[in-house]
Design a protein. Structure first.
Ligand SMILES: Nc1nc2c(ncn2[C@@H]2O[C@H](COP(=O)(O)OP(=O)(O)O)[C@@H](O)[C@H]2O)c(=O)[nH]1
Ligand SMILES: [Mg+2]
Length: 353
């Protein structure tokens, strides 16, 4: 059996890569399972995997490292009930130091399982940070972001389809200087062939190759996580005139525009409309999106926002957007659940240095 861990910042494309990989492997008759992870509980991506029919488990309320025993139990439960050949475990995008706190413990406690770690980075965002010198993130968030890349032995530069040849060339040069010792893979996770190459690389990594644990200052790492606001919200939208879906989409646009107008760096702003359509924005994503919608008297919307600001500020911004949309579209929006917080200080259960 194999466990492929995925790390890397919010919105870098981990879930997309797992979904594509499971499709590719499914065509080959390989049974896969997935473990999702987040500081929150009501997650867009967990719902999507369920909808795909992928056997899945969740580690919620904190990262894998701080909930190692829960991760272990979820792996055991997947193995016992589903017998997958491969488990993909996606770590929450604000987490780093995974080699010391997850990969090495897994190799110690499950020596019979082949375990790998791939760290994902959004190529366009990385180009903005390393080549353009964009100052998107506050210092401790930047520290966390680059610590994730530093510990990668397998670094996936994702979303290469969004880079033009000039940008790709510049990025390759910088990466060669900074991460020349890592295996750097340029990928489009929406593309089957590209995903196939990643899966081949995962099979080639020698099992005895154990990456080095990071040297890391937990106070700065913890401060970086605490600079990010987490907000999860479930909403029900109603419109007697059939405008519920349209209202939901306008609300999504409204929230995105408010966040960008305030210049809050977006980690990941994700929406799930009616339990099936994922609409997501990251620091690098295009400002517009299109989605086919039908008239409906009611709609549901699940929101997972991870944004560099205070949770209270984010909550206020979203409440304002909701109020404005209700007035503008003459719809009614009922909030079914809300959870707004910043991640707690990381205290890993194990750390193998
Ligand atoms: N163009 C492009 N978009 C991608 C790629 N991988 C992911 N995305 C998009 O990036 C956003 C974040 O992806 P997701 O997999 O949810 O990121 P995660 O937070 O790391 O799991 C989504 O809108 C995806 O559709 C890629 O290779 N190319
Ligand atoms: Mg994800």
């Amino acid at each position: 059996m194999k466990i492929h861990l995925l790390g890397g910042f919010l919105g870098s494309g981990k879930t997309t890569a797992i979904q594509s990989a499971i499709r590719v492997l499914g065509d080959q008759g390989v049974k896969c399972g997935v473990i999702t992870n987040d500081q929150g509980i009501r997650l867009v991506d967990a719902d999507l995997f369920k909808q795909m029919g992928v056997p899945g488990r969740q580690v919620t309320n904190g990262c894998f490292c701080c909930n190692y025993q829960d991760l272990e139990s979820q792996i055991q439960s997947l193995i016992e009930t589903e017998q997958p050949e491969i488990i993909f475990a996606e770590s929450v995008g604000s987490c780093t130091d995974i080699v010391a706190t997850v990969l090495k413990p897994l190799r110690r406690f499950r020596p019979d399982v082949r375990t790998t770690l791939s760290v994902f980075a959004d190529g366009l965002l990385l180009h903005m940070l390393l080549v353009d010198g964009a100052e998107l993130f506050e210092d401790p968030v930047r520290y966390l972001y680059f610590k994730q890349l530093e510990e990668a032995r397998m670094l996936i530069i994702n979303k290469v389809d969004l880079l033009n040849p000039g940008q790709l060339g510049d990025l390759k040069k910088v990466l060669e200087e900074k991460y020349g010792n890592s295996l750097v893979q340029f990928q489009n996770s929406q593309d089957k062939d590209s995903i196939g190459r990643w899966l081949q690389q995962l099979d080639k990594i020698p099992s005895l190759l154990i990456p080095e644990s990071l040297e890391i200052d937990y106070d700065i790492y913890g401060a970086g996580e605490a600079k990010l606001a987490w907000l999860d919200q479930e909403m029900e939208i109603e419109s007697e005139s059939g405008g519920a879906n349209l209202g939901a989409v306008d609300l999504i646009r409204g929230i995105f525009h408010k966040v960008t107008a305030c210049k809050y760096a977006i980690g990941h702003l994700k929406f799930l409309l009616n339990g099936k359509n994922k609409i997501s924005f990251t620091a690098s994503s295009p400002r517009s999106f299109s989605i086919k919608i039908h008239p409906a008297v009611s709609a549901t919307l699940l929101l997972n926002a991870r944004v560099q600001t205070e949770p209270e500020t984010l909550l206020q911004l979203i409440s304002e957007s909701v109020r404005e949309e209700e007035e503008r579209s003459k719809i009614s929006i009922r909030i079914r659940s809300t959870s707004a917080f910043r991640p707690g200080y990381p205290i890993p259960a194990h750390r193998i240095g």
